[in-house]
Design a protein around this ligand. Structure first.
Ligand code: F6P
Length: 575
């Protein structure tokens, strides 16, 4: 099946039924809830610890049945099975897609595929666990102080240098799991080639207690290698200035050995950079960068939160992988959420999708999802090279509530576009603070602040679903001329995701959930969600343009008129 023609979704009966329903579709969440008291229960599903309420979506039984038919016609379940078994479903790069193998338990019973399965001659489980063990052993050494810097001091700051999947995942998870970070260890993350990033992230650091992790799948990414060289210079200069090392090559090599480790699939390039391959952690070309947070790419986080928490994190992913693999489509949460996204994008005109965590620790979740979803599904050709037959790839975006409420929610509540939104919350906060004094009005002394926070979470989806009619606005005594501005149409779709607490397992579950949503949508659209050719042209042109930006007249002349005049302006402005 790997390079066979995908099913054209528009040719399926499910799709045709949906097109018929969408024609003149008038959603009526108020009416649907009134007519069916069991609607909330009927459309609420469980995936591991995640309770997922789909009832405030623009969904009826007919729509759901047609969406499920589309999923069956596209053989979502069969393609998932092909993926986890190691078939080369990444057709354009001729690679297996095996991120699910990164979180299979060691010697797990009843695993599918069975423990010890091989792909392209590789014993996948053995390699995954050998690398995990190596990462765990290293992390324990750093956490215990056994691993020291060149002057014998224990490591206090770990700086991850990477970009894209080698940055967004680790930084998001580190932020999400802050309450689990060992005291005395801090992680920082350098990604941008803007030199201010390295400057700011090394500012105030003690070189003797700093460990750099150069994280790059290819070890060929311009940003990461440039930043790694800047960090190495910073280390040498600051250790020399502190009198900790002299300027000899030997001293410098010794400093790199104690202050630099790497994560990559290209261990030869790691050695060429001067990092001892003994201090490098590998992974494999069947892990896409944006699917790699649970590989050795997460080493900075393993050091920060420890191997036990990391094992829990991986177990969370695996629980959702198993849900995806074993749950019938009708109750399968990633399948249902993926199908709803198709409904909104391809039939109701949605162009974007908001992800709104009511959990401040998830403040980088939307940024992380942007790469996961948009690098995966921003495609115009299908896996057999033919053009897609429908729109693909929504714009994912978001910020934590309640901050977003005071910024962009206006557009979600009363704008002209449909913006499906996922509201994510946890029942138990990391820090359950109380407002001892209250405000003398609605907030009583001693109020649990998480209760106030969650009241907002529940209120928002209620307002979006059910709105406020003109009569309800009038009944509040509103002046007639202002009534239209204060009407809320309702029927704005939301999904509510609720978990017990933001544990390592729950964070893993959330990531796996969205990975599989991406998979479902990509399969229906017939696209290869695992390549990313769209980022290549910009990289090539940046290299080609560099001499012109550096002032080379001939290179400047070779540019198109707009680029040339912009570079000229830049050169005039540059000191
Ligand atoms: O430019 C896109 C990309 O290839 C991403 O897919 C990847 O996550 C990122 O660059 C970083 O790549 P690497 O880990 O090889 O440095």
């Amino acid at each position: 099946m790997t390079d066979s023609a995908p099913v054209d979704p528009t040719s399926t009966t499910g799709w045709q039924t949906l097109a018929g329903i969408a024609d003149g579709f008038t959603p009526d969440l108020r009416g649907w809830f009134d007519a069916e008291p069991g609607r909330a229960d009927k459309y609420t599903f469980q995936a591991a610890d995640l309770t997922v309420d789909l009832s405030k979506n623009l969904l009826t039984d007919d729509i759901l049945a047609a969406l499920l038919e589309v999923a069956k016609s596209a053989d979502v379940a069969g393609r998932y099975q092909a993926m986890i078994s190691g078939e080369h479903i990444n057709v354009t790069e001729d690679r297996a897609v095996l991120h699910t193998a990164l979180r299979r338990p060691k010697n797990g019973e009843g695993l599918v595929p069975p423990a010890g399965f091989t792909v392209d001659g590789q014993d996948v489980d053995a390699d995954v666990h050998a690398t995990l063990d190596k990462v765990y052993a290293f992390a324990e050494k750093v956490r215990s102080g056994e691993w020291t810097g060149v002057t014998g001091k224990r490591i206090e700051t770990v700086v991850n240098i990477g970009i894209g999947g080698s940055d967004l995942g680790p930084v998001m998870v580190y932020e999400a799991l802050k309450p689990y970070v060992q005291e005395g260890i801090e992680a920082r993350f350098v990604s941008n080639i803007d030199p201010n990033d390295v400057y700011e992230k090394t500012a105030g650091l003690d070189p003797e207690t700093t460990l750099f992790i150069v994280a790059s799948k290819t070890f060929g990414t311009l940003e990461t290698l440039t930043n790694a060289r800047l960090a190495r210079e910073w280390l040498w200069d600051s250790l020399t200035a502190a009198g900790a090392i002299d300027a000899s090559d030997e001293a410098r090599t010794g400093a790199v050995a104690k202050h630099f480790v790497a994560v990559s699939t290209a261990l030869d390039k790691v050695a060429a950079f001067g990092i001892d391959p003994e201090n490098a952690f590998g992974f494999w070309d069947w892990v896409g960068g944006r699917y790699s947070v649970d590989s050795a790419i997460g080493t900075s986080v393993v050091i920060a939160i420890g191997p036990d928490n990391w094992r829990e994190f991986l177990a969370g992913f695996h629980a959702v992988d198993e849900h995806m693999r074993t749950t019938p489509l009708e109750q399968n949460v990633p399948v249902l959420m993926g199908l709803l996204n198709v409904w909104y994008s391809n039939f109701l005109g949605a162009q974007s999708h908001a992800v709104l965590p009511y959990a401040q620790y998830l403040h980088r979740f939307a940024a992380y999802l942007q790469q996961l979803t948009m690098e995966s599904n921003g495609k115009s050709v299908r896996w057999d090279g033919t053009p897609v037959t429908v729109d693909t790839g929504e714009v994912f975006w978001g910020e934590p509530g309640t901050n977003g409420q005071h910024a962009f929610y206006q557009l979600i509540h009363q704008g002209t576009r449909i913006i499906p939104a996922d509201f994510i919350a946890v029942a138990n906060p990391g820090h359950p603070l109380k407002d001892a004094t209250g405000d003398g009005a609605g907030v009583a002394p001693g109020t649990d602040v998480h209760t106030l926070f969650m009241a907002n979470y529940f209120a928002q989806t209620k307002a979006l679903a059910f709105g406020k009619t003109a009569d309800e606005v009038r009944a509040e005594g509103t002046k007639e001329s202002v009534v239209p501005a204060r009407v809320f149409s309702g029927n704005r779709p939301t999904t509510s995701i609720l978990a017990p607490a933001l544990t390592p397992s729950v964070v893993g579950q959330l990531i796996a959930l969205y990975e599989h949503i991406v998979f479902v949508e990509g399969t229906i659209w017939g696209i290869d969600s695992f390549d990313q050719w769209g980022v290549e042209l910009g990289k090539q042109l940046a290299l080609q343009v560099t001499p012109a930006v550096g002032g080379d007249a001939e290179a400047l002349d070779a540019q198109d008129a707009s680029t040339k005049s912009l570079i000229q302006k830049y050169l005039e402005l540059r000191d």
